[in-house]
Design a protein around this ligand. Structure first.
Ligand SMILES: [Mg+2]
Length: 193
């Protein structure tokens, strides 16, 4: 099991202690314990936990408001702990980007699967964002190559195929990628010789 770095946030020291014991028993790493939402925001931005387990009802800044602020800046998974299972609260929690919520008192039977699901969702999401980034880059690259090819056709009075071949030759001769060749052409650097 990967050792997830977890932050515990609750204004009640007994709950914090219970959670800490359950988590340590299961081999998780407790990164930090906080007693209100404000501390949670501050510490999570500093320590970048994988997961935050956070109470809803806390002084200074409640768990839902804190979750909203944190989720705007980090893609940390957040499990909310609540004493109630009110519809309104659940809706609000969903809108603040909370991964899941648990109703107190929390037992190991609820907590551990919730953590594992939250973490695997986070990993899937991260994989997906990486794929999207990669595709975006690839498409942008292709777009630049097309634009550059147009310039070569115009400047060297070549057919599309000739222009593309010219760019490929240039790339091989100079051991640079086609994307780089396109970049040079578009920046109008001296490549035509
Ligand atoms: Mg509380």
């Amino acid at each position: 099991m990967m050792k997830h770095r977890i932050m515990i946030v609750d204004d009640d020291p007994i709950t914090r202690m219970d959670l800490r014991e359950m988590l340590i028993d299961e081999g998780y790493e407790i990164l930090k314990e906080c007693k209100n939402g404000e501390e949670a925001v501050e510490q999570s931005l500093k320590l970048l936990p994988d997961l935050i387990i956070m109470d809803v009802k806390m002084p200074i800044l409640n768990g839902i408001k804190a979750a909203k602020i944190i989720r705007k800046k980090l893609d940390t998974a957040i499990l909310l702990l609540t004493a109630y299972s009110q519809r309104e609260l659940i809706e609000e929690a969903k809108n603040s980007g909370v991964t899941a919520y648990l109703v107190k008192p929390v037992t190991e039977v609820d907590l551990i699967p919730a953590i594992e699901i939250a973490m695997s969702q986070k990993q899937q999401f991260e994989c997906l964002s990486r794929d999207i980034q990669f595709l975006k880059k690839k498409m942008e690259n292709r777009r630049l190559i097309e634009m550059a090819k147009g310039k070569v056709m115009e400047f060297m009075m070549m057919s599309e195929e000739e222009a593309y071949q010219w760019m490929r030759d240039y790339s091989m001769k100079n051991r640079v990628s086609l994307g780089t060749v396109a970049d040079l052409i578009l920046k109008q650097q001296d490549v035509y010789n």
